[in-house]
Design a protein around this ligand. Structure first.
Ligand code: ATP
Ligand code: MG
Length: 590
């Protein structure tokens, strides 16, 4: 392997942060000459960046091969007809880049590939004998994200590894799911990426079981909750532990006059002033929008002090979208008296034409509440859920709060932030049913195929590695991802020949080296070596000239050793082996 000479490398390092990047990893990747932004959420990969990307892809390919997944490559440009049968042409809405060809036919740039993979498998497989099979690709995806941000983390063009498993039976799907999940763990560990696995909500992907791999990072847009046991959940997937209360001593419900403005705060001060002890049930009107655009109103009951979390609510009501209703919406339901909405005119007790009533899971069966009485200036006390009123569905509507109790009984939850680096889904029969993918089973009868889909954000992963491996001076690549394992700095002109020789020697041991042979000051070269973040930096300068020594530095720990020039290659090689072992051990320990 030949070393690369910095003077020949197509790159440019920058002293200052680019003005248009919002997170440190993106600033460093641009400053280090790894990537360049070409449009919002659209990046060009320079040689350095591409090397990291390929290293990440190699690890993924090895782990996919280890579970017998076969690599294919599908087009990004696909006709509408592929995504229409599952409804996702519409469901993905504005997130899809849609275009027309010269004949006026609709096309899209694929945001994900469940449909074309199902079609491809359907095209080639007609018998159970060809199952199970898992296919994958590492390919460019397109999503017209509302807010591209954080460099490669939320791009509009990005690289994904997406795999799809096809099996005859449900158990087969579960096995494939478990294999992919294990392979993901190995990928992230080998790349030195911290992750938590959270139970997820499958969203527009459909299916039943789904888990997300989140890289815990402050800059993340995903919030996850962690129990003292270490178990973690996506906020949307967290289930509130259900409780029941004994209502035998609660007297019959009764109305009271409440001369207040209808806000929860004014009701609270009224009850306190009057010395009435009661918990308040807030009833919030929401607008639900179906995928076909049709809207309906519904009412959600949740305890005073809890904020409504529309995303958690939507996860329970998928595929409906939820938003707060406005004055205009309320006109179509005059029984809903703003500020005094109760439980009698909604849900099962509301009768025909009434709005559906959803109750947040914090409202325990048997608990007693004070809520509106559906007339201005009055509320009802002692309304017991399960005795005086019911609901159409118990939902997770309240925002999760730090200190809430964990559903696994291990104690109080903490709220953390992370970036989703992968997600695995048990899709079940959703795609094979809607796309008519059946195979002849052992008896000859046709059977629908069980599917799973598994994604890793490959370009996002590069950014997450950068975000979690850096310091004030620059990047610090884990050796598995590093574009060059060693950066050799020639700090004096007189050392140039030796550095080139050292690069060759290291190369012959199978390590990629970048030799900084530029006509720059030693200071500039040191700064760039730290910015670029090779895990090992070797410097030949004053020490070499005076004592024949080379400085070998571990970029992460900062440990420096001074070794005789003739032993430098060996020392560097040994250090690289130690760094590799440390990564692997880290992976096997947990
Ligand atoms: P997010 O919630 O972050 O938008 P998603 O759940 O919509 O992601 P999936 O459909 O599960 O994404 O796609 C699989 C993987 O692709 C994700 O786990 C993520 O790592 C990556 N990914 C998704 N959207 C983007 C994007 N806009 N830019 C870069 N990577 C992305
Ligand atoms: Mg996802």
């Amino acid at each position: 392997m030949k070393p690369t000479y910095f003077s020949e490398l197509f790159t440019r390092t920058l002293r200052d942060d680019p003005a248009d990047e919002d997170v440190d990893s993106a600033k460093l990747l641009v400053r280090g000459g790894y990537v360049r932004k070409m449009a919002p959420g659209v990046f060009a990969w320079l040689p350095l960046g591409l090397k990291v990307l390929k290293n990440v892809e190699d690890v993924i390919r090895e782990e996919m091969a280890s579970i017998g997944a076969q690599e294919v490559h599908l087009p990004a440009l696909l006709p509408k007809s592929v995504y229409a049968p599952t409804g996702r042409w519409d469901e993905y809405g504005e997130n899809i880049f849609k275009l027309k060809d010269r004949h006026g036919s609709d096309y899209l740039l694929a945001p994900t590939h469940e449909e074309p993979f199902t079609l491809l498998a359907k095209d080639l497989i007609s018998s159970y004998k060809d199952l199970p099979v898992t296919l994958y690709q590492i390919q460019t995806k397109y999503r017209d994200e509302a807010r591209p941000r954080a460099g490669l983390i939320r791009g509009r063009e990005f690289i994904m590894k997406d795999a799809y498993s096809f099996t005859l039976k449900e158990e087969g799907m579960k096995d494939c799911y478990a294999q992919e999940r294990d392979a993901y763990e190995r990928v992230f560990r080998r790349l030195g990426v911290d992750y938590v696995i959270v139970r997820a909500f499958s969203g527009p992907m459909g299916g039943s079981e789904s888990e997300e791999f989140l890289c815990p990072l402050e800059i993340g847009e995903d919030t996850f909750v962690k129990a003292p046991s270490g178990k973690a959940w996506n906020v949307e997937a967290l289930k509130t532990p259900r409780e029941e209360e004994d209502f035998s001593s609660v007297s019959a419900s009764r109305d009271i006059e409440t001369p207040i403005d209808g806000s929860v705060a004014s009701l609270r001060s009224f009850l306190d002033r009057e010395g009435i002890e009661a918990k308040i049930l807030k009833n919030v009107v929401i607008r639900l929008t179906a995928p076909d655009g049709e809207t309906t109103l519904a009412v959600v009951g949740l305890p005073e002090g809890r904020q409504l979390d529309l995303k958690r609510l939507e996860a329970c009501l998928s595929p409906l979208e939820a938003s707060l209703a406005d004055e205009e919406d309320l006109k179509s339901h005059p029984e809903l008296v703003k500020g005094f909405i109760g439980v009698k005119k909604v849900g099962p007790q509301g009768g025909p034409g009434s709005c559906p009533y959803f109750l947040d899971a914090h409202v325990a069966k048997g608990s007693a509440w004070c809520t509106g009485s559906d007339r201005e200036g009055a509320h009802t006390l002692n309304l017991v859920y399960g005795r005086d009123f019911g609901c159409d569905k118990v939902v997770e509507a309240a925002q999760v709060e730090e200190g809430d109790l964990s559903p696994d009984g291990s104690g109080k939850l903490s709220i953390e932030r992370g970036v989703e680096i992968g997600q695995v889904f048990q899709l079940g029969l959703k795609y094979s049913k809607s796309m008519g993918f059946e195979v002849a089973g052992p008896s000859g009868a046709l059977q629908e195929v069980w599917m799973g889909s598994y994604g890793i954000g490959v370009s996002r992963l590069v950014a997450c590695i950068a975000e979690s491996h850096r310091d004030g001076r620059g990047l610090i690549w884990p050796i598995s991802a590093a574009p060059f394992k060693v950066q050799i700095v020639s700090a004096r002109k007189e050392c140039a020949q030796f550095c080139s020789h050292l690069g060759e020697e290291i190369g012959s041991r199978g390590l990629e080296a970048l030799v900084d042979d530029r006509n720059e000051s030693a200071g500039v070269k040191f700064a760039d070596a730290e910015l670029l973040g090779s895990p090992i930096i070797a410097v030949a300068g004053k020490g070499y000239m005076e004592k024949g020594e080379v400085e070998v530095r571990d970029r992460e720990s900062g440990e420096v050793s001074h070794v005789p020039a003739e032993r430098a290659a060996e020392e560097i090689f040994n250090l690289s082996s130690r760094l590799r072992r440390a990564l692997l051990c880290q992976s096997c320990l947990e």
